[in-house]
Write a protein that binds this ligand. Structure first.
Ligand SMILES: [Zn+2]
Length: 1045
């Protein structure tokens, strides 16, 4: 799913960026959960599941190190037993293997504030819910809007008990509770009830014990607030002719169905749902299933009853009441597919509808399982916090993730729509049909959706080279976070809702996706596909545990005589954090020696030992290579040389001494590669002589590996610098994206030093080789050409290439003279607007503001809003800040974005800091309810602080830390970004000391601790980088003549 910064569920962490495709934007923030540090303590217990339980059940007693990991199907019984135990919340079993399993915390103190025993008892479980909801969003002030409803839950008693325990949160009961036998006696059993608010439980006691095997009906009536808080059943709104139009929308993942009605709100507890939505006649209602019938209730009220769902997890339900329009299509399998948006924007749904229809059919075919519901709706919700949410049959999106206007939207807007649509459709199988037993296996859902999204988009747009893009979008992106000792394993036990929200992070998404891609490579496409079919078919409408998948794939591999021990391999990638670097050496006789070691960006960093590797940081590595005289980049699983959890292996070969060798072809493997300086230099020579000999993904890999291995000291900085010398000849997107990521880091390190001028001249030189001003208006670009041009144009204007700046200003003026004919290609508009406004005056700014007010396209509005913050005039920025809190000037929902954008402009930074302090109470009051945005505001403001004075003020402001949402609860994610953002450019001992002093000053930061640990680790890395590399960079710039202007 997808949510926004604070309650970052899934598709959020990945898709939260509204920014356009520019080198500096996108997934740069630190998405690693802070909280994990804290939770982990609790976890100890259950981590064992992967290895320990199996071992335990296999009767191996107290050692887990030789856990069985064969593909024998007899393990199926064990897995079932494991799942049962886990599902029951029984953790005692884990004691058997404490010493050797994955994530034994050693020193971390236990967090007393987080409850672990939050699981429902299993004695009574639901079969069918009959629920009616009536949102009241028509009269009176919106602060007083409510919804009321009733639910009848047919439950089955699985074990005799005197109570029914289910979830309920922020609901008031409005009528007597009734518990009646479902048999003909209809006898009544209710005695009393109580709320356990900490666990969000409603416990209903009966006057006689309920009988095992019998059915009962539980009747409840309730009322709840309909707020604009983006959780549960909530209020959404948009403007039409200065009038506010309201809608009721839902977001239940992970634990918020319990805010809409009392229910058994855990993913493994599947049941059928029969919903009725009561609306005013001018509105439309939508849910997971088609409408069965509509009844007139009088006074303008209509009750829509929907068909009964198949068994479904609670978090996948959805209910919407709105006045939207739709466009519709039919899939080849006869599934009705509709795309909904507010009436003004419905024409922008065509693209999403077209790719959605095609991808749904493709997945049906690929998985060999028809989409099980009779219809599929997608809806663009204004001011939706999430990126998107995969509710079964009714997928919700934020507007920028679904709406596309060919004239106004950029190529990256288009790709984002395709990718998010594909991701959510992948969930219809991975997550909706087969659901993880508990949230600790969330990564399986999100990792799969994050990988399969590439397959869906590749099917529709093969020319976009999605399987190449994944290298820079996921693999190299998550390498950054996963190279720290403060990372965490993919598989993480969680209990409380606060912890659950914490694991919707880059590790679950990006590393999940990267290791699944690696698995597809080593299994081979057919084995992978057939194994997935086996897994989905075995577990349809049920809940799964990750070993279910390993065994399905392992069995498939055995059937095909490949005999890969998938569990043994994959455990090394999911149960320990970080990843290896493989050192490749060609021996005198032409053999190849490979060694592996754990890669860390800083080998001196102190491992907090929050997690202990069960494999002593050794991995099962599918190694591949190619050489100069035998160059091939189209390898298959047959070309793999397995490196088993050993330090060293020798591959017999006949590599010529004069050849270069290149490891990890196409970067299918989740590992880095290094060589002798001699081999690095041969590879670099190849780039300089003819870079096209090496596949673009491996050019990107070489650059990314070399620079990051230089950061860790594994190779010299001189080698890394040489990998980008050929760039003025590079025309492909993937290597440029990888390069600009690394050069952007150098930029941030040198920003405040004397070398910044020479470095800027170097960048200008590299970019000049490929930048042409025609990039701004030509329309003859392919998708990927457009991507390169967008990246390059942004750099060209940033480093002040005259033809870029002047062409931007000229085009913008042309647009100003004829506002209805925008001559600028959508993909470079952000760069053009920003440059023209930065170098222009109030006229340019005022024009942008007028266009912002007039635009009906969410992505165009976003970029105008961002571009207006590029002004270099202090008073213009000051006025823009004032606009941000005037709802007639800037929509309330955009206020925080505007403030954050201005804070990111160096000229606006101090101004914003003052503004926020002056308006603190008001902002809290008006923006605080939208938690995720508020947290973002705080983090955005602090992102670029880098002076002693600013940091001191931050340290003193205890109110930041006392702000409850930043302390605990739903916005750990945002808090992490705050800390990482503030400290990202830190690279002096002085700054490090300030950080350390701050930590000493606030010893009880709870969840903040981890973020600070990471900040310190990164700052130390930056300091080392400066110590070791400043002079090397200086020499290198001097050698090329960039030192003097
Ligand atoms: Zn997702």
């Amino acid at each position: 799913m997808g949510k926004a910064e604070s309650f970052d569920f899934s598709d959020m962490a990945k898709y939260n960026s509204e920014a356009e495709l520019t080198p500096g934007s996108g997934k740069k923030g630190c998405f690693i959960s802070i909280f994990v540090g804290v939770l982990i303590l609790c976890l100890v217990v259950c981590l064992v599941i992967g290895v320990g339980l199996l071992v335990y059940f296999a009767g191996k007693g107290t050692t887990c190190s030789d856990a069985p990991a064969d593909t024998d199907s007899s393990n199926a019984g064990l897995i079932d037993k494991c799942k049962e135990v886990i599902d029951d919340g029984d953790t005692s079993i884990c004691n058997a293997c404490r010493k050797t399993t994955t994530t034994i915390p050693s020193t971390t103190p236990a967090p007393t504030s987080i409850l672990q025993d939050v699981r429902l008892p299993r004695s009574v479980l639901p079969e069918l819910y009959t629920v009616e909801l009536q949102p009241n969003l028509y009269d009176g002030p919106p602060e007083e809007f409510t919804f009321n409803g009733t639910v009848r839950i047919r439950v089955k008693c699985h074990q005799s008990t005197n109570n029914i325990t289910l979830h309920s949160n922020q609901l008031n009961l409005t009528d007597e509770i009734r518990v009646t036998s479902a048999d003909s006696s209809h006898s009544v059993h209710y005695r009393s009830h109580e709320f356990d608010t900490k666990r969000q439980f409603l416990i209903i006691f009966t006057n006689v014990p309920l009988t095992q095997g019998h059915y009962y009906d539980l009747d409840l009536a309730f009322i709840g607030p309909l707020k604009d808080d983006l959780h549960g059943l909530y209020l959404s709104s948009y403007q039409r002719n200065n009038k506010t139009i309201y809608a009721a929308v839902t977001q239940f993942q992970a634990t918020d169905l319990r805010k809409a009605f009392p229910c058994f709100d855990e993913p493994a507890i599947k049941a059928k749902f029969k919903a009725t939505l009561v609306r005013k006649s001018k509105m439309t209602s939508l849910s997971n299933m088609p409408i069965l019938n509509s009844k007139d209730r009088g006074n303008g009220w209509i009750a829509d009853s929907f068909n009964v769902t198949p068994p479904v997890s609670s978090y996948l339900l959805a209910f919407i009441i709105c006045d939207f329009d739709y466009k519709e299509n039919m899939t080849s399998n006869g599934i009705r597919y509709r795309a909904w948006a507010r009436p003004e924007a419905v024409s922008q749904t065509e693209y999403a509808l077209s790719v959605g229809t095609r991808i749904l059919s493709y997945f049906e075919d690929y998985f060999g399982i028809p989409f099980p519901l009779p219809k599929q709706d997608m809806i663009a919700v204004p001011d939706f916090a999430a990126g998107a949410m995969e509710n079964w049959g009714l997928i919700t999106y934020r507007e920028t993730a679904m709406l596309y206007d060919p004239q106004e939207s950029s190529e990256s807007n288009k790709q984002r729509v395709a990718v998010v649509v594909s991701h959510e459709l992948a969930h219809q199988w991975f997550g909706n049909l087969v659901t993880p037993s508990w949230w600790d296996d969330l990564w399986l859902n999100e990792g799969f959706a994050s990988f399969i999204e590439y397959m869906g988009v590749d099917h529709v747009h093969p020319d976009w080279k999605m399987f190449d893009q994944i290298v820079v979008e996921d693999v190299q992106d998550v390498f950054n976070f996963d190279g720290l000792v403060t990372s965490h394993p993919v598989y993480v036990p969680v209990y409380h809702p606060d912890q659950i929200s914490e694991i919707f992070d880059r590790i679950s998404y990006g590393k999940g996706s990267s290791i699944i891609r690696m698995m597809r490579f080593f299994l081979g496409e057919e084995t992978f596909r057939n194994g997935l079919k086996r897994y989905l078919n075995n577990l349809a409408y049920k809940a799964a545990f990750h070993d279910d998948l390993w065994f399905a794939l392992g069995n498939q591999s055995a059937i095909e005589n490949k005999n890969l021990n998938v569990k043994a391999i994959m455990d090394t990638w999911t149960l320990q954090m970080n990843y290896p670097v493989v050192n490749v050496t060609v021996m005198a006789d032409g053999d190849i020696q490979i060694t592996q070691k754990r890669y860390l960006r800083d080998y001196h960093a102190v491992d907090p030992l929050t997690y202990v590797s069960p494999f002593n940081y050794h991995w099962e590595i599918p190694f591949t290579y190619t050489t100069k005289s035998n160059t091939t980049f189209d390898l298959t699983d047959a070309d793999i040389h397995w490196m088993h959890k050993t330090d060293k292996e020798v591959i017999s070969g006949s590599v010529l001494q004069s050849d270069w060798i290149l490891g990890n072809v196409r970067q299918y493997g989740y590992y880095r590669v290094t060589y002798s300086d001699e081999n690095w230099n041969k590879l670099i020579n190849q780039l300089n002589e003819d870079h096209t000999v090496i596949h673009p993904t491996n050019r990107a890999q070489m650059i990314n590996d070399a620079w990051n291995l230089a950061k860790s000291g594994d190779v010299s900085m001189t080698i890394a610098l040489k990998t980008v010398n050929y760039l003025d000849k590079e025309k492909e997107f993937i290597p440029w994206k990888a390069s600009l990521g690394e050069l952007g880091y150098v930029d941030s390190m040198l920003e405040r030093t004397a070398l910044y001028g020479p470095f800027s001249r170097f960048m200008k030189h590299k970019v000049s080789g490929i930048f042409t001003p025609s990039a701004f208006s030509s329309s003859n670009f392919t998708h990927l050409e457009s991507y390169v041009n967008t990246l390059i144009a942004a750099e060209a204007c940033k480093y002040g290439i005259e033809s870029c700046v002047s062409e931007a200003s000229r085009l913008y003026k042309q647009w100003m003279s004829d506002p209805s004919n925008n001559p600028i290609r959508a993909s470079v508009r952000l760069t053009v607007y920003c440059s023209a406004i930065r170098h222009g005056g109030t006229e340019e700014w005022d024009f942008a503001y007028r266009m912002y007010k007039q635009s009906n396209v969410a992505s165009e509005q976003s970029r105008l809003m961002l571009a207006m913050s590029c002004s270099s005039k202090v008073w213009v920025l000051g006025r823009y800040l004032q606009y941000s809190i005037d709802p007639t000037k800037i929509r309330k929902q955009d206020a925080t974005n505007v403030i954050v954008y201005i804070s990111e402009n160096e000229i606006g930074r101090g101004l914003t800091w003052d503004f926020v302090r002056e308006n603190w109470e008001r902002l809290m009051r008006e923006q605080g309810s939208v938690l995720y945005k508020f947290a973002r505001l705080v983090s955005g403001i602090l992102t670029k602080f880098n002076t002693r004075f600013e940091l001191k003020q931050f340290s003193k402001s205890s109110k930041w830390l006392n702000f409850p949402y930043l302390k605990f609860g739903s916005s750990f994610f945002a808090f992490t970004r705050l800390i990482s953002g503030v400290t990202a450019p830190f690279n002096t001992n002085f700054e490090l000391k300030q950080l350390e002093d701050f930590v000493k000053l606030h010893p009880n930061m709870g969840s903040g601790t981890r973020a600070f640990q990471q900040a310190i680790e990164k700052t130390l890395g930056n300091i080392n980088w400066m110590d070791q590399n400043y002079h090397i960079v200086k020499q290198w710039l001097a050698d090329q003549g960039f030192l003097s202007a």
